[in-house]
Write a protein that binds this ligand. Structure first.
Ligand SMILES: NC(=O)C1=CN([C@@H]2O[C@H](COP(=O)(O)OP(=O)(O)OC[C@H]3O[C@@H](n4cnc5c(N)ncnc54)[C@H](OP(=O)(O)O)[C@@H]3O)[C@@H](O)[C@H]2O)C=CC1
Ligand SMILES: Cc1cn([C@H]2C[C@H](O)[C@@H](COP(=O)(O)OP(=O)(O)O[C@H]3O[C@@H](C)C(=O)[C@@H](O)[C@H]3O)O2)c(=O)[nH]c1=O
Length: 299
């Protein structure tokens, strides 16, 4: 099996390089690759890349993920998150290749407090979520064989994420103010990558498994609960923090204004994935603890 991976240097792309390697020949590209084009904003060159590599599977881990910035540059977000996946889907369809793609909890409006199922109505409340939804729809409409994984609150040892921001701020500030009315599940890029490899292997054998799946770690928390957990673990590991226990102050969304609105309810119901692929998704604390062990060991 020949796999073409886009976005190899992102949080997920980096982990996918490890998880996908045992499945076959892997060609991994980033925006600045030279021999082949890995820039999702260059459609002609992208089509040429796919033609020359002739992959059996295209895995798209590249995306425009700057949620607040997307409000100011919707056309760039749309080119990367919607138009490029649409092109990759057409190219995959033409050559009967699989397309693996990732989407987000931000396709939902955040109403209610029950976990979203794949069949729930989408209604994004920010530009990033809207463009990611357009990408999903284009893939589904193309008729290509695909796996789309909607996930949430991704972190990894490599790359920027909320856990690392909290670790840094905890060493700089006496108090932190963190939103406690947005609820979801922090999900490790390593878990996403391993589940992708497992699911892809199964789907190639059993094409009826193609489709859209929610994929997130088990359990739930708020950004405030997540921040408090990260700092508590760091303190226990001997990191000197300026933020004292109890000085992570909970606020509702209006207490921490941002350019983009975020959904209050980001819970994803992952039963479809677990049943289809015979998987158990571990609690979010398991992965975050591993992340901290890894990054604190290096400091
Ligand atoms: N991060 C999160 O919390 C969540 C992410 N997701 C989805 O998961 C997937 C992976 O996200 P994650 O790994 O966390 O994201 P990252 O932001 O870590 O990585 C995204 C990668 O995409 C690349 N990229 C951006 N624009 C282009 C372009 N024009 N051409 C080629 N590459 C480009 C970036 O490259 P460069 O560094 O050069 O800009 C970066 O390497 C995405 O589909 C995302 O929407 C879903 C839910 C949560
Ligand atoms: C830095 C900071 C953020 N926050 C809030 C703002 C926001 O509501 C929440 C998370 O902020 P961030 O900007 O780190 O995360 P954000 O960019 O919103 O993360 C999202 O990224 C995209 C790509 C996704 O697909 C989503 O699943 C989600 O992970 O925490 C605080 O309350 N206090 C703080 O000090």
């Amino acid at each position: 099996m020949k796999i073409l991976l886009f976005g190899k240097n992102g949080q997920l792309g980096w982990e996918l390089q490890r998880s996908l390697a045992p499945l076959g020949e892997l060609v991994a590209l980033c925006r600045h690759s030279t021999e082949f084009c890995g820039d999702l904003q260059r459609p002609d060159a992208l089509a040429d890349t796919v033609e020359r590599i002739a992959p059996d599977v295209i895995v798209n881990a590249a995306a425009y993920t700057a949620v607040d910035q997307a409000e100011a540059e919707p056309e760039i977000a749309r080119a990367v998150n919607a138009r490029a996946p649409a092109l990759l889907a057409r190219l995959a369809s033409e050559r009967k290749a699989w397309l693996v793609h990732y989407s987000t909890d931000y396709v939902f409006n955040g109403g209610g407090d029950t976990p979203w199922r794949e069949s729930c109505p989408t209604a994004p409340i920010n530009v990033y979520g809207q463009t990611k939804l357009e990408g999903e729809a284009a893939i589904q409409d193309s008729g290509c064989r695909h796996l789309i994984f909607r996930t949430s609150w991704v972190y990894a040892a490599r790359g920027g994420n909320f856990a690392k921001t909290m670790l840094r701020l905890g060493q700089e500030r006496d108090t932190l103010t963190v939103i406690d009315d947005q609820v979801g599940a922090p999900t490790g890029a390593d878990l996403l990558a391993d589940v992708t490899a497992h699911a892809l292997r199964a789907a190639v054998r059993e094409p009826a498994l193609a489709g859209l799946y929610h994929l997130a770690a088990g359990g739930e928390t708020s950004w405030h609960g997540y921040a408090a957990f990260v700092l508590e673990q760091a303190r226990a590991a001997g990191v000197e923090l300026k933020t004292a226990p109890g000085a992570v102050l909970p606020v509702d969304s209006s207490g921490f204004p941002t350019a983009a609105r975020r959904p209050l309810n980001s819970r994803l119901d992952t039963r479809k994935l677990q049943e289809a692929f015979g998987l158990h998704l571990p609690d979010w604390r398991v992965g975050v603890t591993r992340l901290l062990t890894e990054i604190l060991d290096k400091t």
